[in-house]
Every structure is written in structure tokens, then in C-alpha cells.
Design a protein around this ligand. Structure first.
Ligand code: NZQ
Ligand code: ZN
Length: 408
């Protein structure tokens, strides 16, 4: 078990009706004026935005709005938000929505105290040292951004989608009411489930061997999501199933499942290979939903790299799907090597089949991406990650291209 630092400063306020507390909680934190950041209309339609505003009014917390954040949020709106906070004198940012609204809120939060352009933080030109406090009302379990130390922003002008990391912008308050997720469309529900699983897998397959406590937390989260997602697709208002997915989403990305698995105690565990591949796809085509992109590239990445450490995949397959390799004497057993290969391939097949069962795409072709587009997408990966990246297995440009080709 490697040395680690686990920092979880978020106050998680979980359960039906917790949004009722939002005014008093913000006031108690001493915040006087919020910038409310939200997406393209779901929170208006559901009445959640009005409800939040009513609670802030009642508690004497002032606010101004910034709506219209698109999925795969763009830096242009972040810049607009920074100007608005400065002009209006807001002292906190309140995201009401999913990862896109939350990440936009975070970037505004650390962009305000910085004199240069906020994109500097996403291209290695500046380090984040200060941030306004962030609060979140979560409407989709997926990214874990409600408690994570990461923020992902797209820049359409330079065709990039890059992340920034830092504990300083982890949200201070996260309101997690599973009933707010009842209105999620099936595709977003499934994409969120896929993202949650991938956040666990990126850490599980970090290149460090067994850490039983973290391994079982990880596989427990994945099993929970695999069990609960088909239920909520059938019954969107099943509170317990929704609630388990919401909490799984938070735990999958607040770093608890990666403790002891990072080579660098100060850094998150894992090489984040599937995320690097997916971020390039959704930078190339911002219409692509993050979780849907992951459903395509993650199994492909797994098939490409598993031979680096088959034992990790055998453990994952056993704990998540109950798959065990054949043993000598079993019918069909030929050799240990073949038994391991079958078990690992069966594990990856099961995971890919699950993604398809819940309605996720299987190929890049499903997004309209063809072989002709791959060089440009590989360029985006290289711009973000350099010539070589990855933890479980180092990937260079040829590897990246081969993985993408296997997804066509
Ligand atoms: O925009 P609105 O109208 O609100 O609709 C959204 C959007 O169309 C809709 N939605 C959300 N909650 C809903 C709802 N519709 C009905 N009822 C509800 N309760 O769902 C769509 C997707 O929302 P979005 O916020 O984009 O989803 P998600 O939470 O998956 O966020 C994706 C973004 O986060 C980044 C992704 O790359 C992507 O840009 N990520 C952020 C991470 C982080 N900060 O820690 C980690 C992740 O790996 C990820 O990269
Ligand atoms: Zn993700």
C-alpha cells in the first residue's frame, strides 16, 4: 500500500428535501451573494432553480444568474462568469446541475482571483492558488465533480478539452437529493453510470498491485452501479436505486477508492488513459456525451493493456462479475495462460455488454467518427498528454491510434 493523502473537505448533505436547507447553510457559511451557475434548462423546467432562489431569498442570501452552460462546458462562458462575479461582487459560486455546471462554477471560482486568462490554468501556464467557495446542488450522478479536485473545460477555438487539478476548488457544500435525478433521460442516466464505473477503473488499474481495502471499495462501487442502473432505467423514480447511484458517483471520484494506489502520494491514483482518449473525442466533437465516449474507449483500452497485469483483471472480474478462470481438470482447460486469457476477455466482454444493455454506444462509428478523423483526434491527445502517458501501460501515439482503430 503506497503512501497517500486523502483530503475530503466537502460537507455532503444527502437525502430527499435537503435543498430546503440551502439558504440557511449558505448564510451560516457567511456567504452573502452567490453566482448561480446552471445548464441549458432542465433546472428551470423542473422548478429546482426557482426553489433554490426562494430558499436563498428567505435566508437573505443575494444572487445573480449565469445559465446556459452546455455539456462539455466551454471557456467562453467561464470568462463571462468571471466578469459577472467581479462586476456583481459575488462571494461564492453555486452550481445547480451536473458536472458541466459544476466545472464551469469551479473555473469561475479560481478564475476570479487571477489576473490573467483562466485558460492558463488548463494549459499549464499557471497554478491555481486561490478560489471562491463553491457549493453544489447535484442533478446527475456521473462526474463526481460535486466533491472532486478536478475541473474539465473545453476550448473550441483551439479544439481542446483539458483538466485542471487542485484541492482548493473542491466544493465546500454538496446537496445530494436523489429525487432530483428522477427526471434524468435514460441516455444521461446510462452515461452517468458509465462515467462512475470508469472513475473507479482508472484508479483500480493504476499499475500498483493489490490494496485490498481500496480494491473492495472500488469493486463494491462498480457492483452497486451495475445492479442499480437497470432498475432506474425501468423505474426512474425508484428512490433507493437512484440514491445508491448518487452516492456511488460521489465516492467514485472523491479519491477514496484510490487510496494507496498512487506512485505519488500527492497525486490521484491512476494514469487516466480512458479519460484522456475520451476527452480528445469530445474535444473533437463537443456533442459527444462524456460517459458515452467512455463506454466505447474504456473496453478497447482494457483489451489493449490487460497483459501488463492480468491479475488485476482477474480480481476485477471475480469481485464484480463472479468470473473465475478455469482450473486444471475443468472441462475446456488447456493451459493456465489460456484460462487467464478467457477469464480476462470474459470480464471485459461483460463490462462492454453492460454498457450496451443500458443503451450506450459500442463504436466510434456510432458518433459518426471514421478512420479519416483519427489523426486529428490523436493530435488532441498528444497536445493534452504529451508524447507518452499512462500508468498501467505507457501509451504513445501509435498505441493511441491502435486503440481508436479498434473502436471503429
Ligand atoms: O443542461 P441541462 O438542461 O441542465 O441538461 C443536462 C445536460 O443536457 C441534463 N441533465 C442534468 N441533470 C438533469 C438533466 N436532465 C434532466 N433532469 C436532470 N436532473 O443532462 C445533460 C448532461 O449534463 P452534464 O452536466 O453535462 O453531465 P455530466 O454530469 O455528465 O458532466 C459532464 C462534464 O463533466 C466532465 C465531462 O468531461 C463533461 O465535460 N467531467 C468532469 C469531472 C470532474 N470535474 O471531476 C470528471 C469527469 O471525468 C468528467 O471529465
Ligand atoms: Zn469521467
Amino acid at each position: 500500500m503506497k503512501a497517500f493523502e486523502f483530503y475530503a473537505p466537502t460537507d455532503h448533505i444527502f437525502g430527499e428535501g435537503v435543498v430546503d436547507q440551502i439558504g440557511e447553510r449558505l448564510a451560516a457559511a457567511g456567504w452573502k451573494k452567490a453566482l448561480i451557475v446552471y445548464g441549458q434548462g432542465s433546472v428551470v423546467k423542473s422548478g429546482l432553480l426557482d426553489k433554490v432562489k426562494g430558499k436563498l431569498d428567505a435566508a437573505g442570501v443575494a444572487y445573480v444568474d449565469l445559465g446556459g452552460v452546455r455539456p462539455n462546458p466551454e471557456v467562453g462562458l467561464v470568462r463571462e462568469g468571471i466578469e459577472k462575479v467581479r462586476a456583481e461582487g459575488c462571494d461564492c459560486i453555486l452550481a445547480v446541475g451536473g458536472g458541466s455546471a459544476i466545472d464551469c462554477a469551479k473555473a469561475i471560482g479560481f478564475g476570479v482571483p487571477y489576473e490573467g486568462d483562466v485558460w492558463d490554468f488548463f494549459c499549464g501556464k499557471a497554478k491555481i492558488t486561490d478560489c471562491l467557495p463553491i457549493a453544489v446542488v447535484l442533478t446527475i450522478p456521473a462526474t463526481g465533480s460535486e466533491a472532486s479536485g478536478s475541473c474539465v473545460i473545453s476550448n473550441d477555438e483551439v479544439k481542446a478539452k483539458n483538466g485542471a487539478a487542485g484541492d482548493i476548488f473542491r466544493p465546500k457544500l454538496a446537496f445530494l437529493d436523489p429525487t432530483l435525478t428522477f427526471t434524468l433521460p435514460p441516455y444521461q442516466t446510462a452515461a452517468g453510470a458509465t462515467d462512475i464505473i470508469s472513475h473507479v477503473c482508472e484508479r483500480f488499474f493504476s499499475g500498483v498491485g493489490e490494496v485490498p481495502i481500496s480494491d473492495l471499495i472500488s469493486t463494491g462501487i462498480v457492483r452497486t452501479v451495475i445492479d442499480a442502473t437497470p432498475i432506474v432505467l425501468e423505474e426512474p423514480e425508484n428512490y433507493d436505486a437512484r440514491a445508491n447511484i448518487v452516492w456511488a458517483g460521489t465516492l467514485a471520484h472523491n479519491d477514496i477508492s484510490g487510496c494507496g494506489r498512487s506512485m505519488n502520494p500527492a497525486a490521484r491514483a491512476g494514469g487516466w488513459e480512458s479519460h484522456a482518449l475520451e476527452h480528445a473525442i469530445s474535444a473533437y466533437e463537443p456533442e459527444i456525451t462524456h460517459g458515452a465516449g467512455l463506454a466505447v474507449v474504456m473496453p478497447a483500452w482494457m483489451r489493449y493493456v490487460w497483459r501488463e497485469d492480468p491479475q488485476r483483471f482477474l480480481l476485477f472480474g471475480y469481485e464484480v462479475f463472479g468470473i473465475e478462470p478455469l482450473e486444471e481438470g475443468d472441462e475446456g482447460y488447456e493451459s493456465e495462460e489460456q484460462a487467464i486469457e478467457w477469464a480476462v476477455e470474459a470480464t471485459i466482454d461483460e463490462l462492454a455488454a453492460f454498457f450496451q444493455e443500458i443503451g450506450m454506444p459500442a463504436t466510434l462509428g456510432d458518433f459518426g467518427i471514421t478512420a479519416e478523423n483519427l489523426d486529428e483526434i490523436c493530435d488532441i491527445v498528444a497536445d493534452a498528454k504529451g508524447e507518452e502517458f499512462g500508468g498501467f501501460k505507457k501509451l504513445n501515439r501509435a498505441d493511441v491510434k491502435a486503440i481508436f482503430e479498434s473502436c471503429l
